[in-house]
Design a protein around this ligand. Structure first.
Ligand SMILES: Cc1cc2nc3c(=O)[nH]c(=O)nc-3n(C[C@H](O)[C@H](O)[C@H](O)COP(=O)(O)OP(=O)(O)OC[C@H]3O[C@@H](n4cnc5c(N)ncnc54)[C@H](O)[C@@H]3O)c2cc1C
Length: 265
């Protein structure tokens, strides 16, 4: 990725403004955190405290950050103890937040047409990116894939002006199949491609010949402990040697990642 300026993350106790379920097992969380909101960029993440019984904070990407209102939002799936604790928050409760962390996405100044590929929960950081691209006058196409219609991100949480193509594995909404099946229709027009999703989606993209000459940035949501580059727990193998997802990422050039070595996601 290009040069990234590391800004000191802010740590604060943030009041919950909104917390609700928006899809089966998926929650939306809005916090008042002005120092974080004014610094956060698309693709960056925050470490959120998950209550007295969960030792390590958990990483979540910014779904949005608004420096005018001082609010940050997150979209997350409940998968274990930490996210279960977060899902029980009510307006007025507080959350310990540390961020923004990581490098974030880079939109090239000469990119006019942006193609965004979201698989499942991968949509979370890409909404913020799409909004920023649109604010900069770019055209945004969002390819959104999910298992079924019930798992598609609700329209009110998606960037309003984006052209949106959906695909579901069971055919209950949009095209039946995987979102990567829709790529041939959209790839030629794209100046830059951004993706976030599960490992099988990335493996498919990495093999996709039509993407070989395109700049593609991906966000890696590997398991992470400290989020600060101290513990090396999130190290991955890249074509340029070992990299820490929390400090050198979570956004990487797709061509840079040694996909055959990566497990999990
Ligand atoms: C930079 C970054 C950004 C992220 N952004 C988002 C986001 O915006 N929305 C969202 O829903 N999730 C996101 N994640 C994943 C999220 O951090 C984990 O789902 C969360 O930490 C799980 O915590 P837990 O205590 O609920 O589950 P745990 O009890 O820690 O784990 C429960 C199970 O979840 C799985 N799991 C745990 N961590 C991850 C992970 N990082 N990736 C995949 N599976 C995992 C494991 O298989 C484990 O068995 C992000 C991860 C990273 C590194």
């Amino acid at each position: 990725m290009g040069l990234s300026i590391q800004i000191s993350p802010q740590q604060l106790v943030a009041p919950v403004i909104d917390s609700r379920q928006v899809m089966p097992g998926v929650f939306y969380l809005k916090l008042k955190a002005p120092p974080v909101a004014s610094l956060a960029r698309p693709g960056q993440f925050a470490m959120l405290g998950c209550g007295p019984d969960v030792l390590l904070r958990r990483p979540l990407s910014f779904h949005n950050a608004n420096s005018d209102t001082g609010e940050v939002t997150f979209l997350y799936g409940v998968v274990g103890r930490g996210t279960r604790w977060l899902s029980q928050l009510k307006p007025g409760d507080t959350v310990d937040i540390l961020g923004p962390l990581g490098n974030g996405f880079t939109i090239k100044p000469d990119s006019k047409n942006i193609l965004i590929i979201a698989g499942g929960m991968g949509v979370a950081p890409l909404c913020f990116l799409a909004r920023q691209a649109q604010d900069g006058g770019r055209s945004v196409t969002l390819l959104l894939g999910a298992a079924s219609a019930a798992n598609l991100c609700p329209a009110e949480l998606l960037p309003a002006a984006a052209t949106c193509q959906t695909a579901t594995e069971d055919g209950s909404a949009g095209v039946k199949g995987l979102i990567t099946d829709c790529l041939p229709q959209y790839i030629d027009k794209a100046d830059q491609v951004f993706a976030c999703g599960p490992l099988p989606m990335y493996r498919t993209l990495a093999k996709e010949l039509s993407l070989q000459g395109k700049p593609v940035q991906v966000s890696l949501e590997v398991r992470m402990a400290c989020g600060l580059g101290v513990c090396y727990g999130c190290s991955i193998k890249t074509r340029d040697g070992m990299k820490k997802v929390c400090r050198d990422g979570p956004v990487f050039s797709m061509q840079e990642v040694a996909w055959e070595e990566l497990a999990g996601l």
